[in-house]
Structure formats: structure tokens, C-alpha cells
Design a binder for this molecule. Structure first.
Ligand code: PEP
Length: 267
């Protein structure tokens, strides 16, 4: 199974010039070093850099994702500050991250909003990287699986709303990746054990498969303080199909080293 290593640049870097420096370093190294059949690389620049970054990625093996899309319309409308799925696709994104914990925390994104965003993404042929994960308090209270059940329910709701469950499931099977990101591990340097992540991914895979048979092979990535020192350990687990990387994705060498770990392990 092909693995995925996705760089979430968040609100970085400060300038377009720095974004170009990063993408240039990635393109020149990735085209020579990483076998795309074994590890697909993707970067999610901030909205303002999306068009220039995706233009630079043309002809390379790297894909480009948006970090978010508008809830309110898949296309155009009077939604000040929003960017739609159609605009993101036009700027060169083929995927979008949705439900990142920072969106849930700072923008109060709930399941209803996420179902609408997922529907908007699919209407514009964007793939979806759906982020799920528990907070430290929920982890301490052993509520991880209950939280994931509640967050993953957006997939079932989307299928039900689509009416043609089988057709929608076939489309989602090609356009859905789940990223398990414990909130307490994001940007903190703290990580769960590989056994913990593997067991949680098994639960995510079973839950998503229970919604519709075509979703049985959904890729589940781990995210949260992945770095060059721990990537080999995560990559060794057959339950971990790749990584969503924040901080370490802002340095081309460390991002590519993480990708190399997954490419080697999944060879
Ligand atoms: C993230 O924000 O998606 C993330 C995984 O961040 P970091 O790798 O910095 O923990």
C-alpha cells in the first residue's frame, strides 16, 4: 500500500519568497530521492501561497492541498474572508485538509460544518484529509475511542445525505484519508507509543469500514510531533499509512527524511 506524507505548513512561512525557497528545495530533492509509488508527498501551504506553490509543483511528484475550504458555498458568494473549494482547486489544490484541531479549537468547527465542507470538497473533486483526535483531558479520561467515534460520524452522515450511499462511498474510497492527530501531541514533542497509535488506527479503519464496504481500505495517517528521530518507528507499523507533519514540514531536509522513512518501510 502506498503511504502518504503530508506537510501542513499552517500559517507559515511569512513571505512568498520563503515559501518558494521551501518548495524549490522539496522539488529538487524529492524528484530524485523518493519513489512516488511507495510514498506520495503532499504539501498544504497557506491559502495566500497556494497558487504560486502549486504552479511550482507542476510536473513534480508532489501534490498540493488546501488547509481548509469555505463551509458556505462550494463556488462563489458573499462570504467575506472565505475561499471556496472551487477557488482552491482553481489555485492548484487537489486535496484539502478538513477538521484540523486548530480549526476545531479556534474556529469552532463542529460536525455539521465538517459535513458541509466535505460535501463542498467532493463537489469540486477535491480529496479530503479528515483530521480527528482527542485532547489531553479526553486521553487522560480514556475517552479516545468515544471521541473518534463521534468525529468519524461525519463520514456516515455525508454518505446518508448523499442518498446514493454506494456511489458516494466509491468516490470517497478514492478521495478520503483520515489523519489521527491527538491534540496533545501536536507541536508539543509528546507522542503516543507506536502500539497505542496502531491500536487506535485499527479502530479507525474498522469504524470507517463499517460505514460502507468500499471504505475498507482507507489510509490512516498519524500526526503529532512526527520528526526525523521517530519517523522510522511510526513507519514500521502496518497500521500507520503515513504521516501528517506540521513543524518538521517547514524544513525540506526533515520533511524528506520523514518521507524516506515511510518509503523504505512500505517498500
Ligand atoms: C499538525 O498540526 O498537523 C501537526 C502534526 O503538527 P506537528 O507535526 O508540529 O506536531
Amino acid at each position: 500500500m502506498q503511504s502518504w506524507v503530508i506537510g501542513n505548513w499552517k500559517q507559515n512561512p511569512a513571505t512568498n519568497r520563503d515559501a518558494m525557497t521551501l518548495v524549490d528545495a522539496l522539488v529538487s530533492a524529492a524528484n530524485t530521492g523518493i519513489d512516488q509509488q511507495k510514498c506520495q508527498l503532499m504539501v498544504a501551504p497557506s491559502c495566500i501561497h497556494l497558487a504560486t506553490v502549486s504552479a511550482r509543483l507542476q510536473g513534480s511528484s508532489l501534490l498540493c492541498a488546501a488547509q481548509d475550504i469555505s463551509t458556505h458555498s462550494p463556488s462563489v458568494g458573499a462570504y467575506t474572508g472565505d475561499c471556496s473549494a472551487e477557488q482552491m482547486a482553481d489555485a492548484g489544490a487537489s486535496w484539502t485538509i478538513l477538521g484540523h484541531s486548530e480549526r476545531r479549537q479556534y474556529h469552532r468547527e463542529c460536525n455539521n460544518i465538517l459535513v458541509q465542507k466535505m460535501s463542498n470538497a467532493l463537489s469540486q473533486n477535491l480529496g479530503i484529509v479528515l483530521c480527528v483526535g482527542e485532547t489531553q483531558a479526553q486521553y487522560d479520561a480514556k475517552q479516545t475511542l468515544a471521541v473518534l467515534t463521534e468525529q468519524l460520524a461525519v463520514i456516515q452522515t455525508l454518505l446518508q445525505q448523499a442518498g446514493q450511499v454506494a456511489d458516494c462511498a466509491e468516490i470517497l474510497a478514492k478521495r478520503l484519508i483520515v489523519a489521527y492527530e491527538p491534540v496533545w501531541a501536536i507541536g508539543t514533542g509528546k507522542v503516543p507509543t507506536v502500539d497505542e497509535v496502531s491500536a487506535t488506527h485499527e479502530y479507525i479503519k474498522q469504524t470507517v469500514a463499517s460505514f460502507a464496504t468500499p471504505l475498507a481500505n482507507v489510509s490512516v495517517l498519524y500526526g503529532g510531533s512526527v520528526n526525523t528521530a521517530n519517523a522510522d518507528n511510526f513507519a514500521a507499523s502496518p497500521m500507520i499509512n503515513g504521516a501528517l507533519v506540521g513543524g518538521a514540514a517547514l524544513n525540506a531536509d526533515s520533511f524528506l527524511a520523514i518521507a524516506g522513512a515511510f518509503a523504505r518501510a512500505k517498500a
